[in-house]
Design a binder for this molecule. Sequence first.
Ligand SMILES: [Zn+2]
Length: 258
Amino acid sequence: MPSPNYSSRGGAAVRLIVLHTAEGALTIESLGNYFASSSSGVSSHAGADDTPNTVGEYVARDRKAWTASNANPVSVQIELCAFAAWGPDDWAAHPTMLENTAKWVAEEADAFGIPITKLSATEAQGGGRGVCQHNDLGAWGGGHWDCGPAFPIDRVLDMARGGGRPQPEPKPEVIEMAAPATCTDSDGRQWVFYKGPRGELYARCDADPAFTLGGNVTDAIAVIPGPRLQFDVYAYAPNGQLWSRHAEGFDWGDWYAV
Ligand SMILES: [Zn+2]
């Protein structure tokens, strides 16, 4: 949905890709309706929400959108349907929005020959070429604080460099501890406990495939076998807290602090 709120860049060359949070609109359609009203007097080139593989386009990239004060002539800009007050969990709940944003960043970077580099505030306000957030523009850019301190810009830029797809989860490759914890259960089966690459605990019974028990542990693990296929695993968390998890056969309880 096009917005009437734009003007000429006045010959200025685009050097900034600027990310914003919309602070109200929850969809690219409602954001478009807002920008479509000339009385709102604001606009942005694009908007991102949780619709897969879709961004809202409101102002053509060769025109100046109205959302970042003095920075508008040199910026191409997107509004995420999000809030600067969001915390890490809020952002983590919107992976599609982040992916859409990353794809848009990659497209604009390609169109303008702008590097997908995170600029400091000094660089953004001082002639640098790259990607920044509205808050990096300071008073020169209208004095806003979006996209907020929890916005995962590094993740978005990583995705933009990788063509907009999230990186696949690393395979849970098992790394043997210096001395893996072992025990023999009451049926004579051999159990081995390993620490995975991200501190998660893995267990393996005889030659069966290893499975994860989660957690975040150090190398210090003890296993106490009990009767009828029971055992208790003890492991230290990195903060020194001792945790335990009780098993009866393959039925594992939750981790609890000892
Ligand atoms: Zn903004």
